[in-house]
Design a binder for this molecule. Structure first.
Ligand SMILES: CC(C)(COP(=O)(O)OP(=O)(O)OC[C@H]1O[C@@H](n2cnc3c(N)ncnc32)[C@H](O)[C@@H]1OP(=O)(O)O)[C@@H](O)C(=O)NCCC(=O)NCCS
Length: 401
């Protein structure tokens, strides 16, 4: 049995409440216990046989041979205006009821954050339970598309020539193409290694594809969550063209039910003419361990934003106080030359724009846009740099499924 990863002594130092428990990397034989832990028989096997995932991306805490807690770190790319930032996505987090509140998830996240930093990730992202992840340095920093609703009586464009049928594993490539088309419409996108072969093999989703003349153009998973009172929710909806969206929507609408849809930037133009606002969604949790390094990585994007703005011909240095340090962004005729973060907390007379460390990720990933961020939080100020900050840090909505 291998015991890579955290030294058990480290676990003890994390929490004195952990007794004789040990933290290690998962092994294939843990699969049934992990299914039991997460309450879903056969969910983990497709994940464990997926070469881009596998047991090596999981940590478990064991009490003897019993797996009592787990976490996992998936690879994640966060692309901002097309520039890819390496990241990690903690997932499959859970602890058996009788082992909770003993620091087991905290210890595993510490280990996963260490692994993530070691492989060069500049950001971690989680979609998860309210408040919990704030305790580990996360903030709600990425906005995702809201839900829209179509009434059963809504008239939608004709969809003759289209067939909607259950998806099969051979559809993976066409579905990936549809997803990539959808993604291309968003300025902020989050994606890992393709989940489609795994999703199609797992049979966990009710996936349907839209087909015309034998060719697949779109996909959706059809869910009927109890809380929607009979409405159908189309999730994972993506298509290479508008007609395929309508074919998928029409398929479920024909059954006389309201349809709830995620209004991704690619989807919204097709449905916003007939759909009504339904529900905003909570932001994604984001952790940025080194904001200076992330901004340096994003320098070409910041430069392009300047080049497309009223600051295209300007030269200068934007200094942003984080109250704990200062971030200097040098720009010159639509290019950002250097970004440096130094431990210099001075902000004489409040002349510098100031963003505390816990709101920097919201600024960088455009949760609200710079001016709206300053309106929202008392200790975020833009000083005299409001117009420049708004150009560099606009509001963005992510394509994130
Ligand atoms: C939420 C859950 C993962 C926490 O696991 P855990 O091993 O008890 O977590 P930890 O003990 O490491 O928690 C770290 C801290 O958060 C606290 N905490 C635990 N559960 C919490 C919750 N639901 N909300 C807020 N804080 C919580 C702990 O008391 C601990 O505080 P401390 O470090 O100040 O002592 C676990 O309760 C669980 O499996 N719940 C059901 C499944 C689930 O919701 N999974 C999350 C999917 S995103």
């Amino acid at each position: 049995m291998t015991h890579e990863g955290l030294d058990p002594r480290e676990l003890e130092s994390v929490s004195p409440r952990t007794g004789n428990l040990a933290l290690r990397t998962a092994e294939f034989d843990d699969v049934d216990q992990l299914d039991a832990l997460h309450g879903h028989p056969r969910w983990l096997r497709p994940v464990f046989v997926d070469p881009s995932f596998g047991p090596g991306s999981f940590t478990v805490v064991v009490d003897g041979n019993r797996v009592v807690s787990s976490a996992c770190l998936q690879q994640l790319t966060v692309a901002v205006d097309g520039l890819e930032v390496p990241g990690g996505q903690p997932e499959w987090i859970g602890t058996l009821a009788e082992y909770r509140n003993r620091g087991l998830v905290r210890a595993q996240l510490d280990e996963l954050h260490r692994r993530s930093a070691e492989r060069g990730d500049l950001v971690q992202v989680i979609g998860g339970i309210d408040y919990f992840y704030r305790q580990f340095g996360y903030a709600y920093a990425i906005s995702v598309a809201p839900w829209r609703r179509l009434d059963p009586a809504t008239t939608v464009p004709a969809t003759s020539g289209w067939t909607v049928r259950p998806a099969v594993p051979a559809d993976a490539r066409a579905i990936e193409a549809a997803e990539s088309t959808r993604r291309s419409a968003a300025r902020l996108t989050l994606y890992g290694p393709s989940p489609w072969p795994r999703r199609l093999a797992a049979g966990r989703y009710h996936l349907v594809v839209a087909e015309r003349a034998g060719e697949v153009f779109g996909v959706a998973s059809v869910e009927r969550p109890d809380h929607l009172g009979g409405a159908v929710r189309l999730e994972l909806l993506c298509a290479t063209e508008g007609a395929a969206y309508w074919a998928l929507i029409d398929h479920v609408r024909d059954q006389g039910q309201a349809v709830v849809i995620e209004a991704h930037p690619h989807v919204a133009p097709f449905i916003d003419t007939v759909a009504t606002a339904y529900e905003d969604r909570p932001g994604l949790y984001v952790r940025v361990p080194d904001p200076g390094a992330l901004l340096e990585r994003l320098a070409p994007v910041l430069g392009r934003r300047l080049a497309a703005s009223e600051f295209a011909d300007a030269t200068g240095k934007l200094r942003i106080s984080t109250y704990r340090s200062v971030i200097d962004i040098d720009y010159d005729h639509g290019e950002v030359g250097s970004v440096a973060q130094s431990g210099h907390p001075e902000n004489p007379d409040g002349r510098l724009p100031a963003v505390p460390p816990d709101h920097l990720a919201e600024l960088i990933f455009g949760r609200w846009g710079a001016s709206a961020l300053a309106e929202r939080y008392d200790d975020v100020t833009l000083a005299s740099e409001g117009p420049l900050m708004d150009v560099l840090f606009p509001m963005l909505v992510a394509d994130a499924t």
